[in-house]
Design a protein around this ligand. Structure first.
Ligand SMILES: NC(=O)c1ccc[n+]([C@@H]2O[C@H](COP(=O)([O-])OP(=O)(O)OC[C@H]3O[C@@H](n4cnc5c(N)ncnc54)[C@H](OP(=O)(O)O)[C@@H]3O)[C@@H](O)[C@H]2O)c1
Length: 213
């Protein structure tokens, strides 16, 4: 398989890239820094255009939209959540995912059984709403909605799954998080392998439970 993973420079994205490579798959890891196979700041339309040119004619079997930011962690309701944080967060977590998928549609359509995995979060869920992290929650809810609608529009053509990767020990999750990157990666890889036209539109946790929307 040819697998493209956004945000493959560290954390869950780097773990997925390493594990798929170890299985012998061809992995294109994207990142904002120059070390990645494809330089892609997901918020930058010019980077998307350059990626389209670089990958023209190369089928992609699995696209993992993993890149994301959590900029309002610990913000206070009375004084936090500045407008700029909303703009930056939605540019990366929502628009960035949409642009990545839109850019790579020709590559996905050239593969025999293409799939898109969107890394959202349990914090997207409307049924789990303890308050706080308003920007991150809203952005992850928006990308869940995006995935559900794409699953409908692309039915029979490209399967789309949306995932909560667990609370993972990364720069974003912090060292006291529940699970290691390796545990999250093993679970997510099993979920992506099970994604097909019957399960398209699913919102699942890394360990295989259906998540409430
Ligand atoms: N860790 C958790 O507990 C947890 C829980 C639920 C959901 N998630 C989600 O899982 C995904 C991965 O999280 P993580 O824990 O691995 O985070 P992380 O360690 O902070 O890594 C984030 C990755 O996203 C990339 N990224 C951020 N903004 C980008 C942009 N504008 N363009 C391109 N790449 C960008 C980073 O690239 P740079 O190296 O260039 O910054 C990095 O590779 C995210 O979508 C996150 O919201 C994580």
């Amino acid at each position: 398989m040819h697998i493209l993973i956004t945000g493959a420079t560290r954390g869950i994205g780097a773990g997925l890239a390493e594990a798929y490579r170890a299985q012998g798959h061809e992995v294109t890891g994207t990142g904002r820094s120059s070390g990645a196979e494809v330089t892609l700041d997901v918020t930058q339309p010019s980077d998307h255009r350059a990626m389209a040119a670089q990958l023209e004619g190369q089928p992609i079997d699995l696209l993992v939209c993993n890149a994301g930011v959590y900029l309002d962690k610990g913000n206070d309701l009375d004084s936090g959540y500045a407008p700029d944080l909303w703009a930056q967060s939605f540019a990366a977590n929502v628009t960035g995912v949409f642009l990545t998928i839109q850019t790579l549609l020709p590559n996905l359509r050239a593969a025999p059984a293409p799939r898109i995995a969107i890394i959202s979060s349990q914090m997207a869920s409307h049924t789990r709403a303890p308050g706080g992290s308003y920007i991150y929650r809203a952005s992850k809810a928006a990308v869940l909605n995006l995935g559900r609608n794409l699953a409908s529009e692309l039915t029979g053509e490209i399967a789309v799954g949306i995932y909560h990767p667990g609370w993972v020990q990364t720069d974003m999750g912090g060292s006291s998080a529940d699970i290691t990157v390796d545990e999250a990666v093993a679970g997510l890889m099993a979920r992506f392998a099970a994604l097909n036209h019957k399960t398209t539109g699913c919102f699942e946790t890394w360990d295989g439970r259906a998540h409430a929307y």
